[in-house]
Every structure is written in structure tokens, then in C-alpha cells.
Design a protein around this ligand. Structure first.
Ligand code: LFR
Length: 489
């Protein structure tokens, strides 16, 4: 049986709607609709244009339906951000971007109140300043939060607009720091202790379950029968991307490389040890009861914001390909910085441009200060590779595993320099690709829910392996990565 679905995969800089076809020995995706995305600044705050995203989602589904049969629809996106509904089911206020400054200083206050060990023992989540927990604490006392009936994470909000069904898909719920990873339920006590309205957290649902059929008016608008279901996939894009990792069993590490880089392991159970907390690793949930034990690394965001800044200032020759080519010829490891420094989180602005932030971090650390776009690009790529080395090795030590290979999936798998340096830095082969792992994971989980013979993750990964080529990068000797790692502290 062939299953054909629409996979909506939303990223911070673009949204894509793909058709996905699963046959007996192949999975195939085709991008049928792509639209730009980005946070919008209004009155000094950063918001997502969620109605615009909804409109483009509908346009994409319509295109998939126009070009063939449609058996299901699944949505994945970045994690953590949410909308609030009032008692009439209408969106309240704006949907904040996690890069908005309203959370500045909040994590520290919550840690002082609850204690870092207690927070970690319950949620197992990395201390990112923008976790949903901290966003809600920042919103305490606001009109929107006080009037809210329901909180919906972004893919669940879009799913609600398609079906009218309310719920929280579990892989994404687990990223919020409002989820008790031991109990497999919302962390109601933690919410109570912080004075948060836990009653707005909707019922949890598992990836692979059905949200329900399209609302009749939506079905009419996209031109399909009202019986087409929306399927809960791993709605956290990283959860879907890890499904799409073409691993052939054994011990592997992965890097889901896009705006963020998510560096870690797939495990059967969370690691909630003191050492894991001190290393600040996250235990997010994956599909089929797995745990994504990983570290959020600032990722290619730092490079894309630098590019944006150079092009706004009309620097010559700042196109990505030529910069990477020039960076490959540039002196290795001349400058390395802590690529996870929180000062790199906010969007680049004319008053506070990203390249100058990198230079300032280098100066502060006593590193050679990079000035040219090529020097800054090489510094970013080297610093990412150093971070990957550290986090792959730390994850393995904390989980007691020995990965034999690092899979790099997502847009960053196309960056050959970064893939080679990742292999060199980790001392492990890198297998790069597929680029669209998140969309593939989305399609595969839908396919299984709709009857395709894909009993487990390894069957799904076999299918990806049979359908997509990966590029192999062997580790090269000759560079002292351990010394470079010590330089970033
Ligand atoms: C990647 C990602 C990360 C999450 C970050 C913010 O796209 O989903 O996993 O930490 O975006 O939501």
C-alpha cells in the first residue's frame, strides 16, 4: 500500500510543506510549498506571525492535495513557543518568540526559588533562558495569561485551527520544562509552586495518534474530503529529525543541524544524575518512548545572523558558499569562542551586530580577534566543531555509551567544511544527510499511523537509508582539538 501525506515542517527562517510518499521499499518527499518565516518586532517585542503561518500551511496542504491523493497531514516546528486561547477558543494576544528579551533574568529567579537540583530532577531539561516555564513566569500577572483557558504549543495551535482538537503532543511538551519526565505527565506541582495556572495545560497526546479529521470548512478550503486526518507526529522538529536519522543500529550520536544544533544520543531512559545536571544536558522525549539526551548549541544561527548583518551593511562577497570556501583555506582554530554564550541569542541589529559580538567574545577570552567575514566565518565553524566534540563526548560519558559514528542531519549537513571539522574534532566518522530529516520523520510517523508496515524506528531508518544517500567524512589527524576545547573554558 502506498501512503501519501502532507508534512508541514516549520523552521525559524522558513516553513516548508512537503508531499511524502511511502511505498514498500522507498520513502520520498517533495517540497511543494516554501515560505519565509521570521520573528516580527512590534513595540520592542519579538512575535511570530502565526496567522500568516496558518495561511501558508493551508496553501501548502492545498498544493499537496492538488497534486495527488492525500491520506494525512502532520505538523512539526521548533519547540517551546506557544499561544494562549480564551474561553471562546480565540487566540489571546501575541505569540512571543523565545528570543524575546522578556525572559531576561527570569531563569535565575526561578532557580533561586525552586533550586536547580529539584527543577532538574523533575523536568530533566537544559537551562535555556527561554524555556516555556520561564516564558510563563515572565507572563505572570499579564492580562493574556490571566484570561487564558488553554495553552497550545505552536504545532498544536496549528493543528487546532485545522481540526478544532485541543491537546499537547508529548515530544514537544517535554521541551517546555513544565513536563515531569519521570511521571510522564505535566509537572503540576512545579506549576503550583510558581503560581502558574496549570489548568491551561491541555491533555497530552502521543506521536502517532490522530488529532481528528479536518474541520469541514478547512477541508473545503484546501480541496480535500473531510475525512482526511491530522496525525500527531513528533511535533518537535528535533524529535522528527531524529526519527529521520539513517542509523543502522548500534551506538550513534546525532547532530540535528539547522538554526540550532542539537547534539546528543537516543536513549531508552532519561539520565537525571547530578553529573548530567551539571553538564546541563536535556532529556527531551522522542518518538516510541525514546529519550533525546542532548545539548542545544547555538548553531548556524550565529553564521546566518552574521551574513544578514554583512549584507545589510553591503559588505562585498558575503555569499555563504564563497565564504565557506574561503574559510576552508583559512588558518584552522585561529580563534575559538564559546558558541553558546547567551549574548549570541538575540537577533543581530544595526546597534548590536552579530559579527561584532563574536569579535567581542574573542577579545574577552584573549583570543586573536577576527575582523574579516572570512575570519569570523572560520571562527564560527571551528567553534561549532569544538562544541560538538565536547557535547558528543560528554553525552557518551554521562550515558555510558560509545558512539561509533556521528550522524549530521538537517540543513547543516550540506556544509562540507563543518561536517569535516566535526569528524576531525570528534575523532569519529560523520555521516551527513539527509537534509530534510525532520520532514522525513514527520512522513514516516504519519505513514505508520495510516497503515504502512513500519513497526519500529529501525524499520523507519532502514527505509530512509534505502532512499537517501549519505556522505561520509573520515576523521583526519593533525590538529589538537583537545587544546582548542580547553581554550573555550
Ligand atoms: C530546533 C528547536 C530546538 C529548540 C529550539 C527552540 O529547531 O526546536 O530543538 O530548543 O528550536 O524551540
Amino acid at each position: 500500500m502506498t501512503v501519501r501525506v502532507a508534512a508541514v515542517d516549520l523552521g525559524a527562517t522558513s516553513g516548508r510543506v512537503m508531499s511524502g510518499r511511502i511505498g514498500a521499499d522507498r520513502v520520498e518527499i517533495n517540497e511543494l510549498h516554501r515560505f519565509p518565516n521570521g520573528a516580527v518586532r512590534a513595540r520592542g517585542s519579538l512575535f511570530w506571525d502565526v496567522l500568516g503561518i496558518h495561511r501558508e500551511t493551508l496553501a501548502g496542504i492545498r498544493e499537496v492535495a492538488r497534486t495527488g491523493p492525500l491520506h494525512g497531514i502532520g505538523i512539526d516546528s521548533w519547540a517551546i513557543d506557544y499561544g494562549l486561547l480564551d474561553r471562546d477558543g480565540l487566540l489571546l494576544g501575541q505569540v512571543f518568540s523565545h528570543r524575546d528579551a522578556r525572559v531576561d533574568g527570569i531563569a535565575e529567579k526561578v532557580v533561586a526559588e525552586i533550586g536547580a537540583p529539584a527543577l532538574y530532577a523533575t523536568t530533566g531539561i537544559q537551562q535555556l533562558p527561554f524555556n516555556t516555564l520561564y516564558q510563563l513566569v515572565a507572563a505572570r500577572g499579564t492580562a493574556a495569561l490571566e484570561s487564558a483557558e488553554t495553552l497550545l504549543l505552536l504545532p498544536d495551535l496549528l493543528g487546532y485551527w485545522l481540526t478544532g482538537a485541543v491537546g499537547a503532543e508529548r515530544t514537544n511538551a517535554s521541551t517546555t520544562q513544565l513536563y515531569d519526565v519521570r511521571a510522564g505527565a505535566w509537572a503540576v506541582d512545579l506549576c503550583r509552586d510558581l503560581g502558574l495556572p496549570w489548568g491551561i495545560l491541555p491533555p497530552l497526546r502521543d506521536p502517532g495518534s490522530l488529532l481528528g479529521p479536518l474541520l469541514p470548512e478547512v477541508a473545503r478550503e484546501v480541496g480535500v474530503g473531510a475525512d482526511v486526518p491530522v496525525v500527531a507526529v513528533g511535533s518537535h522538529d528535533t524529535a522528527s529529525a531524529v526519527v529521520g536519522v539513517p542509523a543502522s543500529g548500534g551506538d550513534f550520536a546525532y547532530i540535528s543541524s539547522g538554526t540550532w544544533s542539537l547534539v546528543g544520543l537516543e536513549l531508552d531512559a532519561p539520565v537525571l544524575t547530578e553529573a548530567a545536571r551539571e553538564a546541563d544536558f536535556t532529556n527531551e522525549l522522542g518518538v516510541d518512548g525514546t529519550v533525546r539526551f542532548l545539548k542545544n548549541v547555538m548553531g548556524l544561527w550565529v553564521l546566518s545572523e552574521s551574513l544578514r548583518s554583512w549584507s545589510e551593511r553591503r559588505y562585498a562577497d558575503v555569499e555563504l558558499r564563497s565564504l565557506i570556501a574561503a574559510a576552508a583555506e583559512f588558518a584552522p582554530l585561529r580563534t575559538v569562542v564559546d558558541i553558546n554564550d547567551p549574548r549570541l541569542l538575540a537577533p543581530s541589529t544595526a546597534a548590536d551586530p552579530m559579527p561584532e559580538r563574536i569579535a567581542a567574545l574573542a577579545a574577552e577570552a584573549g583570543e586573536t580577534v577576527p575582523h574579516s567575514p572570512v575570519a569570523i566565518t572560520r571562527c564560527i565553524v571551528d567553534s561549532l566543531a569544538v562544541a560538538y566534540r565536547r557535547h558528543v563526548r560528554t553525552a557518551a560519558t554521562l550515558a555510558g555509551t560509545s558512539p561509533e559514528v556521528v550522524h549530521v542531519v538537517g540543513g547543516g549537513s550540506q556544509n562540507e567544511l563543518l561536517c569535516q571539522l566535526t569528524a576531525d574534532a570528534c575523532g569519529l566518522p560523520v555521516l551527513a544527510g539527509p537534509v530534510e530529516a525532520a520532514a522525513l520523520g514527520n512522513v514516516l510517523v504519519q505513514g505508520r499511523a495510516l497503515g504502512a508496515d513500519l513497526p519500529d524506528l529501525s524499520a523507519m531508518r532502514d527505509l530512509v537509508r534505502r532512499s537517501y544517500d549519505v556522505r561520509r567524512f573520515e576523521p583526519r589527524d593533525g590538529t589538537d582539538w583537545a587544546a582548542a576545547e580547553r581554550r573555550v573554558g
